[in-house]
Design a protein around this ligand. Structure first.
Ligand code: LR7
Ligand code: MN
Length: 518
């Protein structure tokens, strides 16, 4: 039985806490908490560390009989300067909502925090809790090596990782363990419910809502969410069946310990924060495993209002480069082309990670794009041109913002990419910027096609080469952007960019960078 919640404490049943700091002391505490944690630590500190959550799981999840026997689990929670209340609530939610026969231990890894409450007071607190241990890193290692330290001490058959500001819901672990028991190369992760940073409301995301699996932006290498398409959903026998996921967010997942080690654990050359989740995702898939989102399993996570790792952006970029160099084959050139800063970074020694990839006989990245992550646009490996597009008449550059309401125009060339970075793709699209999501095309004004030029979200084009519905441009004589749909050419006029009848004039000639006409 879980201990009773503190009588009268706010936030029970995962409800929001309605508290506004009133006195100057409260305001000060609120502001300090926000500054230190990027969430409302002051409000969190008022909520019981044993708070209850409404069990809103689908009835099929509640009734389901799980495969037996299920393996025992080491839960690993890493933290760096975590708030007292959120850390303890994470630990108690594990202890109170995990069947004891499945829980081998809870390992807290302190990544060399400075806060006083995380020193002796934490040791003292934990000494009263069964199966909970604190392991301390003598120096700040970053979350990747902190997890590896936790794994070194783990004795369970399965590892379950959690961020240090989570709340596990009833029945969170069994559905994950079942997937591993059935196939040890399956790496399952739960639905991640949002715990709001401001009022700590637990927002349950039910199976009837849109299911979101993990993806990655192939240019910025950021994790992103993808709504699961209806055809995928329909393929399942039951709405509670797992769904394959191309990547995972990284904070909450379970994995067979031997399989994790066999797969090469984490890249211990990665620092502080970021990139490890994409790296392990590519590695799992390319080396024969499977990542699954398991709809019955729920864990809440406090999404911070801002990231506290601004100072570590260079570390993240370096982690990404290590990942790209080992796993992305030629596709890493897409990242580097659009983010030249990557070329200047020394990613360190990657020999052992490359040996690992060989030893595990992993598939190449194009296999992953065709078979696992096939419903996204993959930028060309070798576009026809990329960089600025300069007019030969006035020497100014084609420039557009990410707001399609603002028409593209010609301004002085600044040479910094961004709003002046374009890619002319092999499919004849002219895509804007690092994101490549907006395309140059003709406008329809009051339902009538016009000759004005705008940018608009590009028609979708997937990795497996379906023809695009996007308006096309054809480069002629290396300088003219011919528009077959209107039989006109891109021209710079006094009143802006248009397509006009093709003429042999400099207003219709353009200097494209990095031409590759092969
Ligand atoms: O130097 C550090 N040492 C640490 O121990 C920096 C961080 N940490 C700890 C920190 O205390 C926390 O427990 O690492 C954990 C993750 O850091 P957060 O919570 O500040 O960042 P985040 O929630 O944005 O992290 C997400 O992305 C990371 C990329 O490296 C990790 O994969 C995190 O585990 C991941 N979190 C989740 O996936 C939770 C689900 C939310 C989503 C999406
Ligand atoms: Mn987190």
């Amino acid at each position: 039985m879980p201990p009773p919640a503190d009588p009268g404490a706010p936030g029970e049943e995962g409800k929001e806490v309605e508290l506004r700091p009133g006195t100057p002391e409260e305001t000060e505490a609120y502001e300090l908490g926000l500054k230190q944690h990027s969430f409302n630590e002051w409000a969190s500190s008022k909520i019981s560390v044993h708070r209850s959550l409404l069990d809103l799981r689908h009835e099929l999840c509640i009734e389901k009989k799980y495969y037996r026997p299920l393996p025992q689990t080491s839960v690993i929670i890493i933290f760096y300067n975590e708030a007292w209340s959120t850390l303890l609530r994470t630990v108690h939610s594990v202890l109170e909502r995990t069947p004891s026969e499945l829980l081998r231990e809870v390992i807290l890894v302190d990544d060399c925090s400075d806060f006083d409450h995380l020193q002796a007071p934490l040791d003292e607190y934990v000494s009263h809790l069964p199966e909970v241990r604190v392991i301390r890193s003598p120096t700040r290692q970053g979350l990747i090596r902190a997890r590896l330290l936790g794994v070194k001490h783990a004795r369970g058959e399965v590892l379950a990782f959690l961020d240090s500001h989570c709340e596990c819901m009833e029945g969170w672990l069994e559905p994950l363990l079942e997937r591993i028991a059935l196939n040890h190369t399956t790496v399952p992760w739960p639905v991640i419910d949002m715990i709001r940073w401001d009022n700590f409301a637990y927002l349950f995301h039910g199976v009837k809502g849109t299911l979101m699996v993990g993806g990655v932006d192939l240019v910025d290498l950021k994790f992103d969410w993808h709504i699961v398409r209806q055809i995928e959903l329909n393929k399942r026998k039951s709405i509670i069946d797992p769904i394959k996921s191309p990547t995972m967010p990284g904070g909450v997942f379970a994995i067979d310990k031997k399989y994790f080690e066999h797969l090469g654990a984490y890249d211990d050359g990665m620092e502080i924060w970021g990139g490890e989740n994409i790296e392990i995702s590519f590695r799992i898939w390319q080396c024969g495993g499977t990542i699954e989102l398991v709809p019955c399993a729920h864990v809440g996570h406090v999404f911070r209002v801002t990231s506290p790792y601004h100072a570590s952006v260079d570390k993240w970029t370096r982690n990404n480069k290590r990942m790209a160099e080992v796993w992305m084959d030629d596709y890493k050139s897409v990242v580097y082309r659009r983010h030249p800063e990557y070329l200047k970074i020394d990613a360190g020694d990657l020999t052992s990670r490359k040996i690992l990839r060989k030893a595990l006989h992993c598939r190449d990245f194009s296999w992953y794009l065709q078979n696992v992550y096939s419903n996204v646009y993959v930028p060309d490996l070798r576009p026809v041109a990329h960089g600025q597009i300069q007019n030969k008449e006035n020497h100014r550059c084609l420039d557009a913002t990410s707001d399609p309401k603002e028409p593209p125009r010609l301004v002085d060339c600044h040479g910094h990419g961004g709003s002046q970075y374009w890619e002319l793709t092999r499919a004849g699209e002219v895509r804007l910027g690092v994101e490549g999501k907006l395309c140059l095309q003709t406008a329809v004004i009051k339902k009538v096609p016009s000759t004005d030029i705008i940018t608009k979200t590009c028609a979708h084009r997937f990795a497996n080469d379906q023809p695009s519905k996007q308006e096309r441009w054809v480069l002629q004589n290396s300088t003219v952007l011919y528009h077959p749909m209107t039989d006109r050419c891109l021209e710079e006029t006094e009143s802006g960019l248009v397509v006009a009848p093709c003429e042999d004039v400099n207003r219709q000639r353009w200097l494209l960078q990095n031409l590759d006409l092969s």
